[in-house]
Design a binder for this molecule. Structure first.
Ligand SMILES: Cc1cc2nc3c(=O)[nH]c(=O)nc-3n(C[C@H](O)[C@H](O)[C@H](O)COP(=O)(O)OP(=O)(O)OC[C@H]3O[C@@H](n4cnc5c(N)ncnc54)[C@H](O)[C@@H]3O)c2cc1C
Length: 478
């Protein structure tokens, strides 16, 4: 019998797990994928939104602003990449100025600090590649960019070292009421728990509707992106937004924390909750819309495209509460954008709700800090040489584009909740995220995975399950 079972190891579930680890509780996270950060948390704009556009008085607005404020300290505590680069919402038509003003007022009411309107001249000085049509912009100095994998993995790793159990490749199929709480029926056995936290992303409505008559609908709202090479990373230095509309924040152009340029997303409601494919039509829309605010976006430098699914709840609000009709069942649902930004605050809110139910003691052994993977490419030559003398694997470059060493990949595999697949290594180290998109390093990373996990090369997968990369090996042919 667990005290708490959390469905989903995305950024929401992982943030909840980490905050709940501050208490003496027996906690388990169940995740249908092979790793953390396999759902929406791995495919988004990676912006720490300032919080000016969420509706005044909404939970979304409150948690966005709180999460944004927490992000800087958290990034130091858990060692993931975060830069407060600021953001600009660009207005290209005089008649839209009143919308910009309304956004400013909404942001001030939401408690966003430092907001102001900048006029064209100042805007051009800030961002020389801004569109010739731009008349003014809303500047939010608290806006930021972060590594979404880094945040999600750091939260989960820290929860794990503080005693939270993670069950991967475990899909929750059904939820049943028991005398002491709930039974989770999974494809990997049944588990009993006093409290359930429903952090299942686009599938959170399915679990909510199993225990409640007050039905919820979550629609998958797809967003397509282009990711550009680092040669394009300085095209803008702040995150450039369009004025938001009923479909959200529109197409943005932004640097990433790793020095690339990200352009997107679209917003298209689809029926398939697994539909993370990009489409020609949506990518063309990205091309057209990105040119409205930023000129000469160097789209010839595209290195990859991808799509993510927003868990769009019809009322466009976060649903975080214990259901009165299902005591011990806590929804963490409808976590669409700004869910990444809000995640630290979401974790705190869910921990408050759960500790209110179970009244646990504090965990005196909780360790809040965590050190990420050592990065030789960020060291001075002297430091790097010292490291290589001690650990020669840090002198063996595996991914040439991102300059990732064997030492980093070994660390990614060996650390708590370590990588088990090519994508797991990629999200932890960036091996395969560069210009050649893993063309060169895949076989070399596979060899390391095979060696470290004591599995045959033919068993190494891209992302768990049946996603094996090769059929048979030389050994089989002999
Ligand atoms: C296009 C796009 C752009 C975005 N941009 C931003 C942004 O710039 N800034 C920002 O703050 N937010 C942004 N977001 C929102 C943010 O990415 C999400 O709010 C956040 O990642 C949601 O995290 P989650 O943990 O709730 O969901 P997920 O990351 O989807 O995690 C849910 C997990 O539950 C698991 N699961 C589902 N069903 C089951 C089951 N039956 N059994 C076991 N496990 C299950 C899934 O495998 C998954 O790992 C964006 C989203 C999209 C799609």
């Amino acid at each position: 019998m667990y005290d708490v079972m959390i469905i989903g190891a995305g950024v929401s579930g992982s943030a909840c797990a980490r905050e709940l680890a501050r208490y003496k509780l027996n906690i388990c996270v169940v995740e249908r994928a092979e790793d953390v950060c396999c759902g929406t948390s791995k495919a988004n704009s990676a912006i720490a939104h300032a919080g000016f556009d969420a509706d005044q008085g909404s939970l979304m607005a409150k948690l966005n602003v709180q999460g944004n404020k927490m992000m800087e300290e958290l990034s130091k505590e858990l060692d993931f990449e975060f830069i407060r680069n600021g953001s600009l919402v660009v207005c290209t038509r005089e008649e839209d100025r009143r919308n910009l003003q309304a956004l400013l007022e909404n942001g001030i009411a939401n408690g966003v600090e430092g907001l102001r309107i900048v006029e064209r001249e100042e805007l051009l000085a800030m961002e020389p590649n801004i569109s010739d049509e731009a008349v003014a912009a809303l500047y939010a100095p608290t806006g930021g960019i972060l590594c979404p994998f880094g945040l999600n993995i750091a939260l989960a790793e820290n929860a794990c070292v503080n005693g939270v159990e993670f069950k991967f490749d475990t899909e929750v199929l059904n939820i049943e009421k028991t005398d002491g709480g709930w039974k989770l029926v999974t494809d990997n056995g049944d588990y009993e728990t006093k409290v359930v936290v429903n952090a299942a992303g686009v599938y959170a409505d399915k679990f909510h509707n199993m225990v409640s008559n007050d039905k919820m609908t979550i629609v998958a709202r797809r967003g397509d992106y282009y990711l550009l090479d680092k040669t394009a990373g300085k095209h803008v230095s702040r995150t450039i937004f369009t004025l938001p509309n009923e479909f959200g924040k529109g197409v943005l152009v932004s640097p990433t924390v790793h020095g690339n340029l990200i352009v997107g997303p679209t917003a298209n409601d689809i029926d398939d909750k697994e539909g993370t494919n990009t489409t020609r039509a949506e990518l063309d829309e990205v091309t057209v819309k990105s040119a409205v605010n930023v000129k000469n976006v160097p789209l010839r430098q595209v290195i990859t495209s991808f799509a993510g699914l927003r868990a769009h709840e019809l009322g466009h609000e976060f649903h975080i509460r214990e259901l009165p009709e299902a005591p011990g069942f806590v929804d963490c649902a409808g976590i669409e954008s700004p869910g990444l930004t809000s995640s630290p605050a979401i974790g705190c809110m869910v921990a408050d709700i759960v500790s209110g139910i179970l009244k646990p003691e504090k965990n005196p052994d909780f360790v809040g800090s965590r050190k990420g993977i050592v990065r030789p490419s960020e060291m001075s030559l002297e430091e790097r040489n010292e490291l290589i003398k001690k650990e020669p694997a840090y002198g063996n470059i595996i991914c040439r584009c991102e300059m990732i060493t064997e030492g980093e990949i070994l660390d990614a595999i060996r650390r708590p909740l370590g990588a088990k697949s090519l994508d797991g290594v990629k999200r932890r180290t960036r091996a395969g995220m560069g210009r050649c998109q893993a063309g060169f390093c895949s076989p070399r990373t596979m060899e390391i995975l095979s060696r470290e996990l004591h599995i045959d090369m033919s068993q190494v997968t891209k992302s768990g399950g049946e996603s094996r990369l090769i059929v048979g090996t030389n050994k089989d042919r002999i």
